[in-house]
Ligand binder design. Structure first.
Ligand SMILES: [Ca+2]
Ligand SMILES: [Ca+2]
Length: 491
């Protein structure tokens, strides 16, 4: 009966909601009448009674769910709405502090839909408007919790409940990929489309900020085709439309990521994933070399660099994120090469062709025309290269297969010319002396870009058919005549 009295008394105290302990509540003698029959024999007449009272719970029919935010995250990408799916941790206690349940003992979050009847009404209301990372205290009166019946042995009838909630994650099954551009480099003309091959860095985190993966930790970009199903659907979508150098945040709901099961030990089931992506470069396997003229050719330029030409050029080579790789200026002298002779990467060879001496160009070279998927020393695999080139000089090349050409018709008595001492044989010394004389007199020229001594030695080898160190009149044959004969034989 004492309990009934204190209960009634407490209900009459407006604003006393909350855990409280009232000690030494005093009842005057004239208030204790009516107890006499029950306490007959125990309580002497005119006794003063003292009660020790502990208030366990208190509520009012007019009560609503009480929500207070204990901690608010710095950023709130979205808040909980009706029909959202949430993942949260909680500690549940009665008003007097007795714990009845906690998610922390289960090794995982509590995952459920909000406002769909899966939760007690008070929780459905108390979670609304909450941000991921937010901590709330939610006090729920019994008629919005387990009411008259309570729940099992842990929640007594008519108990108010107190939940301390930490919201981990929220999404809606109707959510799509969300994009946020964090940094857009100026002058972006090309945006990634499905089928492009992209290199990017990323930090992947959960909604509560937990980092689950980072390409930076591997010191290596993530490289993949976009829009072809090689990566999770949300990423496949989210990378499209990005510019080179762009930083974008891609927020992916679980149904476009790893679904209800999650993956590994870092990504829980039904987790929203947030990727902060930095696009380094992308290309399409069908891309040609992109050529942009930086300084136009001089007006006096009539002839441009062609395959076979021996050229000298300066270049700077970098990655598209600005990382400098190589420069001819590091060595002072220009780079030398014979065009079309497989001496330089295909894209650079192509980009140098058609240039005039004095012209400057910018070349964007996709990896399939550069160092390919495996890269090269200092060049990451699948990297797009950016060149700035300047053609310094150019020597016209010879037709394919020729080491020496006559500017006019060759001498009629070529062997007599070669056989300087007239002994019927031409050793290497005579051959070399003769060819050098032709060059210095401007009657013919050697293939550019190679040591003349080597070229002349090669020519001698070709003519000395039996390899005895001498050319005879029978052995000597002009290449043009040889080619002619070969054509006839083939015919
Ligand atoms: Ca001789
Ligand atoms: Ca011979």
């Amino acid at each position: 009966m004492a309990a009934a009295l204190t209960s009634r008394k407490a209900r009459g105290s407006p604003g006393a909601l909350g855990t409280g302990i009232l000690r030494g509540l005093e009842a005057a003698p004239n208030m204790s009448c009516g107890c006499r029959t029950l306490t007959a024999g125990l309580i002497p007449p005119d006794a003063t009674l003292y009660f020790d009272v502990v208030l366990l719970d208190v509520w009012n029919k007019a009560d609503t769910v009480q929500v207070s935010t204990l901690q608010h995250p710095a950023h709130c990408p979205r808040t909980v709405q009706d029909s959202d799916f949430v993942r949260y941790h909680y500690n549940g206690t009665l008003l007097d502090g007795t714990a009845f349940d906690t998610s922390y003992s289960r090794g995982g979050t509590y995952d459920t839909y909000v406002g769909s009847g899966w939760l007690i009404k008070g929780m459905d209301q108390g979670l609304l408007g909450m941000c991921p990372g937010e901590r709330r205290k939610i006090i729920i009166p019994p008629f919005l919790a387990y009411g008259e019946k309570g729940y099992g042995t842990v929640i007594p009838p008519q108990a108010s409940l107190v939940f301390h909630v930490l919201l981990i994650d929220v999404h809606n099954p109707k959510d799509t990929v969300q994009l946020e551009t964090l940094e857009l480099p100026p002058g972006c003309v090309r945006r990634a489309v499905a089928g492009d091959f992209m290199r990017y860095h990323y930090n992947g985190s959960l909604m509560d900020g937990t980092l689950f993966d980072s390409s930076y930790s591997r010191n290596h970009t993530y490289n993949t085709y976009v829009g072809q199903g090689y990566i999770i659907p949300g990423m496949d979508q989210g990378l499209q439309g990005a510019c080179m150098g762009e930083r974008r945040r891609i927020t992916i709901p679980p149904h476009l990521a790893y679904g209800e099961n999650g993956t590994g030990d870092k990504i829980p089931g039904s987790a929203v994933l947030i990727f902060d992506v930095h696009v380094i470069d992308f290309h399409n396997p069908g891309d040609p070399v992109e050529i942009k003229v930086l300084s136009p050719p001089p007006e006096t330029c009539n002839e441009t660099a062609q395959p076979g030409d021996f050229i000298r050029y300066h270049y700077n080579c970098s990655l598209l994120d600005g990382t400098k790789l190589f420069s001819s200026h590091d060595y002072g002298d220009p780079q030398e090469a014979t065009l079309g002779a497989n001496k330089v990467i295909e894209g650079l060879d192509t980009g140098l062709q058609g240039m005039c001496v004095g012209e400057r160009r910018q070349l964007v070279v996709p990896p399939h025309l550069a160092h390919g998927e495996s890269g090269a020393r200092g060049v990451p695999g699948s990297a797009v290269l950016l060149f700035e080139v300047e053609l310094v000089s150019r020597e016209e090349g010879l037709p394919t297969g020729y080491l020496f050409v006559w500017h006019e018709d060759p001498p009629v008595n070529l062997f007599e010319g070669l056989d300087l001492n007239k002994d019927g044989e031409v050793p290497p010394e005579e051959f070399s002396t003769f060819i050098k004389a032709q060059v210095s007199e401007g009657k013919g020229r050697l293939m550019p870009g190679q040591d003349p001594e080597k070229t002349i030695a090669d020519m001698f080898q070709n003519q000395d058919r039996n390899q005895d160190g001498k050319i005879t009149v029978e052995e000597l044959k002009l290449k043009s005549d040889e080619d002619q004969e070969r054509v006839h034989e083939e015919l």
